[in-house]
Design a protein around this ligand. Structure first.
Ligand SMILES: CC(C)(COP(=O)(O)OP(=O)(O)OC[C@H]1O[C@@H](n2cnc3c(N)ncnc32)[C@H](O)[C@@H]1OP(=O)(O)O)[C@@H](O)C(=O)NCCC(=O)NCCS
Length: 124
């Protein structure tokens, strides 16, 4: 069974008046799950460069368990890319909420890109 990078339950403060979770809340957890995944491999300062098109295919409601599954898809010179699948559990079934591809960049103290140094190679 695959393990999510993070798993959360969202609260009423994260919803609109119809009880659906705001897309931007999910987006922030997508970014967080990508950073969390990279932090296993690098101690460097990492910033988000790009988040590709994100289309929400299913709603998320208060109290539902949302899982963020991450895999590293590309390692560049200063950048690293992560694919994220977001799934919600409904009636013991996993439903795909959205997917995203993100690119992050390692930066130095001056905020400029520096070569990425990984503690070990990702196995996925
Ligand atoms: C990230 C940042 C330092 C990159 O600076 P830059 O001058 O554009 O540097 P580069 O053009 O050399 O790009 C650096 C790496 O990012 C990659 N990159 C840049 N733009 C990209 C894009 N739109 N999509 C995917 N990758 C991108 C480059 O391919 C390069 O990767 P590589 O070295 O592995 O080949 C700069 O854009 C920045 O500070 N952005 C803001 C980051 C931030 O604050 N994020 C949080 C938002 S609140």
């Amino acid at each position: 069974m695959k393990d999510p990078a993070i798993r959360i339950v969202l609260l009423p403060k994260d919803t609109n008046s119809h009880g659906n979770i705001f897309g931007g809340i999910i987006l922030s957890y997508i970014d967080l799950s990508g950073i969390f995944t990279i932090s296993r491999y690098s101690d460097q300062k990492i910033v988000t460069v790009a988040i590709n098109e994100v289309i929400f295919k299913a709603p998320v409601h208060v109290g539902e368990i949302v899982s963020f599954y991450c895999s590293i898809t590309k390692i560049g010179n200063t950048s690293i890319s992560v694919h994220v699948d977001v799934e919600v559990e409904k009636n013991f079934e996993s439903i795909l909420v959205t997917q995203a591809d993100l690119t992050y960049c390692s930066v130095g103290d001056n905020g400029k890109p520096v070569p990425l140094i990984l503690k070990y190679q990702p196995s996925n």
